[in-house]
Design a protein around this ligand. Structure first.
Ligand code: DSN
Length: 412
């Protein structure tokens, strides 16, 4: 950081403060993680200087001898990792990846089914405020009110009624397993294309902690910076049938030059994900989430669906007479960082919803295990039961800092 400190002390200082924050708080945002130093080195490299419109060995600009090889390696590693016939590593992140799939499969006005935002779906799965809800006719499916689980028979009935061109499986705040085989059977019955968005739990599909979307889904999207611990990016995987349409939708359909520094870092992350330690890490992420969920249940919290199968927990803060925002703000004062989140059938608005979403990817990357999860659940209970007690929040923050010292954050 020496050069940066000389050129721009203000930004350098803010980056250093953010690094200290990431080291000294417990990060429980389910979509966040710690990228390795190797991933960050590739991201901050000279590859950011190069334009490369097109795909490897078919570019519109000269000077691609190294970039072509980097993109080829990234694509081949991801193909091997996920067993995909075709991979596009150029989407700038998850939302552009999903947008490219819409562009490849649908015409504006076509019918799409996706999980409702408040049930745990992503903005790009048909939310009214997103391009997906504005340009397409969306039929959202929700969860069973009693169990908090996906109800595949209800989804089938909706699909028979609306006959969508595409069905999206997966979400951003659903704590349970997604049954891709069941989705495929529904898609086949109505002649729909099945897209799986595994951004949140892609690593768990590699470790076997969650079913793999292939070969059930025709098209799979994922971000690369969540459980995969790569740079901020997006990837689209598909069978050969969709390869051409997807590549055209990404470039020139939606994007210009790919972010080559990110492509290189994706290749590094894909290599890191082949290590046995990565698979162990993914298993531990799930064990940690289960232990955290047990601790929270024992502490009197209501969890959506009663627990978790994955890295993610959605708690209903109203079980402690709080809003999600109030709890998330109090938690942050105590050094535990999560996000307020809508819960299924939430009577409250998105900017002050009833839930808090928690996830274990980042804490597990620090090496925390079950005993630490039990402690975190106890902290969250104490915070929720006395959320306005500033001296309690400060006292917990000190304990959190000391806990963090024992588990150094990787990559920083
Ligand atoms: N913002 C991400 C998340 O937190 O789940 C999804 O895009």
């Amino acid at each position: 950081m020496k050069n940066l400190a000389q050129v721009d002390a203000e930004i350098n200082d803010l980056i250093e403060q953010e690094a200290r924050r990431q080291a000294t708080v417990v990060r429980l945002i389910a979509s966040e993680n710690y990228a390795s130093a190797a991933v960050m080195r590739a991201t901050g490299s000279c590859l950011t200087n190069k334009y490369s419109e097109g795909y490897a060995y078919q570019r519109y600009y000269q000077g691609q001898e190294f970039i072509d090889r980097i993109e080829e390696i990234a694509v081949n590693r991801l193909k091997a990792l996920f067993g995909a016939e075709h991979v596009n590593v150029q989407p700038y992140s998850g939302s552009p990846a999903n947008q490219a799939v819409y562009m490849a499969v649908l015409k504006p006005g076509d019918r799409v089914m996706g999980m409702d935002l408040s049930a745990g779906g992503h903005l790009t799965h048909g939310a009214k405020v997103s391009f997906s809800g504005k340009l397409y006719e969306v039929f959202s499916y929700g969860l069973d009110r009693k169990s908090g689980l996906l109800d595949y028979e209800q989804i089938r009935v909706l699909a028979r009624q609306c006959r969508p061109r595409m069905i999206i499986a997966g979400g951003s705040a659903y704590p349970r397993t997604v049954d891709f085989a069941a989705f495929r059977s529904i898609a086949d019955e109505v002649g729909a294309v099945l897209m799986a968005d595994i951004s949140h739990f892609s690593g768990l599909c590699l470790s076997g902690d969650h079913p793999h979307p292939l070969p059930h889904a025709h098209i799979v999207t994922t971000t690369t910076h969540k459980l995969l611990r790569g740079p901020r990016g997006g990837v689209i995987m598909s069978n050969r049938e969709w390869a051409g349409a997807i590549d055209k939708a990404v470039f020139p359909g939606l994007q210009g030059g790919p972010h080559n520094h990110v492509t290189a870092a994706i290749a590094v992350a894909a290599k890191e994900a082949t290590a046995p330690e990565y698979i162990e890490y993914c298993h531990q992420v799930v064990k940690n989430a289960r232990t955290l969920a047990q601790g929270l249940l024992g502490g009197g919290f209501n969890l959506i669906s009663g627990g978790t199968d994955t890295h993610l927990i959605l708690l209903d803060a109203s079980s402690k007479n709080l809003t999600g925002k109030k709890l998330a703000v109090a938690m942050e004062k105590a050094g535990l960082v999560a996000n307020a989140n809508k819960i299924p059938f939430d009577p409250r608005p998105a900017n002050d919803p009833s839930g808090v979403r928690l996830g274990t990817p980042a804490v597990t990357s620090r090496g925390m295990k079950e005993p630490q999860m039990t402690r975190l659940a106890e902290f969250i209970k104490q915070i929720a039961e006395d959320a306005d007690n500033q001296s309690l929040l400060s006292a917990i923050k000190k304990q959190v800092e000391s806990l963090c010292q024992g588990f150094p954050a990787p990559g920083l």
